[in-house]
Design a protein around this ligand. Sequence first.
Ligand SMILES: [Zn+2]
Ligand SMILES: [Zn+2]
Length: 584
Amino acid sequence: MTNKNLEILRHSTSHVLAEAMLQLFPDAKFAIGPAIENGFYYDFDLSRTLTPEDLSVLEKKMRAIINQKKSFEKSELKIDEAIKKFEELSQPYKVELTKDLAEAGEKKVSVYKTGDFVDLCSGPHLESTGEISADAFKLTKISGAYWKGDEKNKMLQRVYGVVFPSKAELKAYLTMLEEAAKRDHRKLGKELDLFHFSELVGGGLPLYTPKGTIVKEELQKHIEGICRKYGFQKVSTPSLAKVELFETSGHAKKFQEELFHVTSEKKHDFVLKPVQCPHHTQLYASKARSYKDLPIRYMESDKQYRAEKTGEVGGLSRVYAITVEDGHTFCRVDQVKEEIKSLINIIKDFYSSLGLWENHWVSLSVRDYAHPEKYIGDSKDWDLCENILQEVSDEMGLKAKKCEGEAALYGPKLDFMFRDAIGKEIQIPTVQLDFATPKRFELEYVNEKGEKTAPVMVHRAILGSYERFLVLLIEHFAGAFPLWLSPVQVTVLPISEKFKKYAHKIKDQLLEENLRVEVDDSDESLGKRIREAEKQKIPYMLVVGEKEEKEKTVSVRARGQREQRTVSAKDFISQIKKQIEDKA
Ligand SMILES: [Zn+2]
Ligand SMILES: [Zn+2]
C-alpha cells in the first residue's frame, strides 16, 4: 500500500471511531480526527470521562460499522450553509473550524457523512467502511488534549487507534510494541544507571551518570575519529549568542517559540543556541578565504537548547538541552558532489560499525513545489541542489525516494532511515545543501579569477543528538552494548574471600591497559554475583579461584553464554583489546 493510501485508510478509520462514539454518546461533540503514524486519533468533548472498558465497546461498534460497508458520502456546501448545518447538529467545534475557514477566505467546504455521523473534512476517504479490515485495527489509548493545542482552551478527550491493511501487520506491530516496552530506555536507563532526572534541576534536563557519560564519550570519540579521516576539524563555540545572529540566519523566525531568552540584571540579552550553524559561519568568516582553502569542515558536539512544551518533555526522547553532534562543510560549487559523497561514506562507516547500515533506505527530501514561500533562497539554487543530490544518489546507488515537502528551510537534503532490532524506523542522519545561509552572512572566498564568491554550506548530522541516539542504542541492544561502548567491560569475581587479592591484581592489570573493569568482592554468593553482572549486561565476567591464581589465569564467561574457558590474563587482555579496536 502506498503512503497516501495508508493515510486514507488511517483517516477513514477515525471517522468510523467518531461514528461509534456518536452511537455511544448521542450528545458527543467532535473536534478533529487526523491520521498519524500507524493510525489515527479523534478528539471528543463528552459528558463523562472515558474508561478503558469504553474502548472495547467502541471497537465492537466500529466492527459493526465496518461490516455494514457504509459509504463515505461527500457533499459540497456553501460556507454559511455548513455553519448552519453544524449549528443544527450542536457541533460547536465544527462551527468554529468552519468559521476559521470562512475567515481564511474559503467559499465552500466539503462535508462527509457515514451513517449518522457528519464531518467537516477535506478528505479523501475510502469509498466504503467495508474496505477496512475489521480485525486489523485497535484502539490503544485515551489521553487529554486541549482544543487547538492551546492550554487556555477546554481539555478534550483524545482516543488513539492503530490500523493496518491486514491482521498480520497489526499483530506484528503490537508484538513490536511489547518488545519495545521491555526495552524502554527509561526503564533500562535506570537499571543500568546511565542517566538521571532531578526534580530540582528540572524535567527535560538529563544528568548523565559516570556510566552514561562513558557511553556518550565513547560514541563521540568514535564519530569524531571517522570524521577526522574525512577532513573535519573540531571547534568549540559558546551556548549563548545575540539574537541578531539567529535573525540573520532565519532561525529566530523558524524557532520563534522554541527560543530560550537569557537576560540579566546587567542588561544582557542573549538567546541559547537552538542550532550550531550560525556560530560556525562566524568561524568561517574569521579570516579571508581563498578557493585553495576549501573545503573547510567544522565539527562540534555541544548542547543546543529548545523550549519544548512543558508537557511534551519526557525521558531522553524530548529534552530542553540536547547534545548535538553537528558539522558543516564550506566548499565551492564544483566540490559539492564529492563532499556529499564523503559525508555519505561517513554515515555508512558509522552505521555499519553498529550493524545498522544493512537495513536502510534514503529519502531525497525536496521542496513543496506548490508552496515556495515556505523556503529561503533562489529557486535556481534549489534546482541545482536538487539535481546534485539526485546525481549523487544515482552514482552511489542509494535509490533515494523523492519526498516532496520534506526539504529543510534553506535547501534539499538526503535523509537516511534505519530499522532497529525490533523493526522500529529511525530517521537520524541527514546531508543538507545550503546556498542561502552563506549569502545571508555574506560569507565569501576569492575564486581563481580573483573574484569574491559565496561558498556553499553543507550541513550534516551523523548520529544526531546523543540523547536520541542513546535511546536508539539502549532499545536496539536491549541494554547489552557492544564491548567498546559498555560502561563496564569486565567484572572480576573472586570465588571467595581468599582470592580477593588476586582479583584486584587482575583488575589492576586490566586498568593499566585502559580497560573498564570492576571487582565484585561483596559478601553475596558467587551465583548471585554472576546474576547481578548478567543484569548489568557486562560483556565479560572473570571468575578467579585457587586454580586460576596458581596458574595465573582467569576463567572467562562471556555475556549470554554459560560455558567458561580458561586463558592466561595476558591472552585475555590482548583478545579483548583486539575486539574493542575492531568494534566487534
Ligand atoms: Zn475525513
Ligand atoms: Zn547546520
